[in-house]
Design a protein around this ligand. Structure first.
Ligand code: COA
Length: 161
C-alpha cells in the first residue's frame, strides 16, 4: 500500500538480526518502564529474536514488533514500539501489516494483541474482544504476568482470511 503524502518514502521492514537486539531492548525498556509494554530480558530477547521484525529508517532501527505463536491458529502481536522520533509517520501500520502477512503465510487464523492503544489496532482491522474469549493467552501467559490481578489492557483480535 503506498504511504500517504508527507509520510516516510522508503523505510525497510526486515526480520530482526542479532545486532539489533540492544536497540530493540532499549526501545522496549522505555515503554516497559511506563507500564505500556511487558518488560523482556536480554536473554529472552535472544531466544525470541526470530519472532521480531524491525523497520530501518535513515539507517537506524526506528520500530520493532514481534509475532508470537500460541496455538495452531492463534498468534499475538507483541513488543510493538515505534521510536518517538518516527511516531505518526505510518511505521506502526507498516510493521503490523508485515506481522499480519507473516501470520497468514504460516497459516494462523487469528491474530490478537493486548494493548492500551486499541484505536491504532482498529485502524488495521482488529476488533476489541473480551479477554475471556482468548483463554489460550490468559491461561498460558497472563497468569504468570505481574499485571494478572489488575490487568487493564484491552484485547483486540483480527480474523485472518
Ligand atoms: C502505537 C504505536 C505503535 C503507533 O505507531 P505509529 O507509527 O505512530 O502509528 P501510524 O503512524 O502507523 O498510525 C496508523 C494509524 O493509527 C492511528 N494511530 C496511531 N496511534 C494512535 C493512537 N495512540 N490513538 C489513536 N490512533 C492512533 C494513526 O492516526 C493512523 O491512522 P490513519 O491510518 O487513519 O492515518 C506507537 O505510537 C508506539 O510505539 N506507542 C508506544 C508503545 C505502544 O503502546 N505499543 C503498542 C503495544 S500493543
Amino acid at each position: 500500500m503506498p504511504l500517504p503524502e508527507g509520510k516516510i518514502a522508503q523505510p525497510l521492514v526486515r526480520p530482526a538480526a542479532i545486532g539489533d537486539v540492544p536497540v530493540i531492548h532499549h526501545l522496549l525498556e522505555i515503554y516497559a518502564a511506563q507500564g505500556n509494554l511487558l518488560p523482556r530480558t536480554l536473554s529472552e530477547m535472544y531466544r525470541h529474536l526470530r519472532d521480531f521484525f524491525v523497520i530501518e529508517a535513515d539507517g537506524k532501527v526506528a520500530a520493532c514488533g514481534a509475532l508470537e505463536i500460541f496455538t495452531d491458529d492463534l498468534g499475538e502481536v507483541r513488543s510493538l514500539v515505534v521510536d518517538d522520533a518516527w511516531k505518526g509517520k505510518g511505521l506502526g501500520r507498516m510493521l503490523v501489516e508485515r506481522l499480519i502477512e507473516e501470520a497468514r503465510a504460516i497459516g494462523l487464523k487469528r491474530l490478537m494483541a493486548l494493548t492500551y492503544v486499541p484505536e491504532f489496532f482498529h485502524k488495521l482491522g482488529f476488533k476489541t474482544v473480551p479477554k475471556d474469549t482468548l483463554p489460550e493467552k490468559v491461561w498460558s501467559v497472563c497468569v504468570k504476568c505481574y499485571k494478572y490481578n489488575s490487568c487493564d489492557e484491552i484485547a483486540v483480535l483480527l480474523l485472518l482470511k
